[in-house]
Design a protein around this ligand. Sequence first.
Ligand SMILES: Nc1ncnc2c1ncn2[C@@H]1O[C@H](COP(=O)(O)OP(=O)(O)OP(=O)(O)O)[C@@H](O)[C@H]1O
Ligand SMILES: N[C@@H](CCO)C(=O)O
Length: 319
Amino acid sequence: MAVFTAVSLDDLSQWIKQFPLGEVRALEGISSGIDNSNFFLTTERGDYVLTLFENLRVEQLPFYVQLMRHLAERGIPVPAPVPTHAGELVVTLHGKPAIIVSRLSGASQLAPGPEHCAEVGRMLARMHLAARDFPLAQPNLRGLDWISATAPTVMPFLSAPEAVLLRAEVAFQQDFAASATYAALARGPVHADLFRNNVMFEGERLTGCFDFYFAGVDTWLFDVAVTVNDWCVDLASGVLDAARVRALLDAYHAARPFTPAESVAWLPLLRAGALRFWLSRLYDLHCPRAAELLTPHDPTHFERILRARIEHGAPELPT
Ligand SMILES: Nc1ncnc2c1ncn2[C@@H]1O[C@H](COP(=O)(O)OP(=O)(O)OP(=O)(O)O)[C@@H](O)[C@H]1O
Ligand SMILES: N[C@@H](CCO)C(=O)O
């Protein structure tokens, strides 16, 4: 269950008047999602999603919400936040910051083929280019600073082989982040969590992506790595599927060509992407938030992916 704050039709009848959306017709809690309370909202004007932020700090929200607006205005298929009559995008409901965004059509594609991966690669490149002139900046809050600070917290819970791998990979990533190759990588606002469950499809047509609440400024290639590590792996083994990797990378490259520095950085950043989610899943498993009711994601999946990248490498980027 993922409606942490109950909201009723009655609660909304006055509240909705600050938006140009007419009367509320229906409200339905959304059961997936682990961070926020989400509702499908139907009004006289159409279909929307209402989100109440349970954990994010209010000062973090402008980056995410303005980024969605910026991308939507440039034709990237992401939820468009609806402003109030007064022009506010974030308002309070039951004491929590809340937004209303447009509802995307379609459904997740949890068993993607190369054609789906090509759509994702194309959209990701277009998104990176469209965000180049986004004026707000916020670092990736799950970047290397967070990784370096969090690794010692989970270390006491790990087996000896896990601890050896985690210590070695954090050191490897710290060295790589200090290199000239890393400094040469293109950067900008990135989604940073573009997993299968955050993208919608109708058949083979991508209809949109959502969940920008891990977005931040980081290297574009890190975003590609996070995306490939989810969309192009065999979920049982963590092994990359060559056809899906090729489809995603070729489509990205056609819209935003990879640079020579990115070719050198590709394997280290695939490892960085695996490390980031291995560690966040370890943290959620061993250090759960108070009153956490949800089943944590399995960390061993990303440990396997990290070991597979270290041992077997990865297909090269297109040039
Ligand atoms: N704009 C949208 N259009 C259509 N469906 C949406 C939209 N936003 C969210 N959803 C639906 O709500 C669900 C939960 O949303 P979301 O993933 O953003 O929540 P969350 O609490 O941040 O979850 P998590 O952190 O687990 O990804 C999604 O799986 C999707 O089905
Ligand atoms: N995509 C994350 C969940 C948080 O969005 C994971 O699979 O660990």
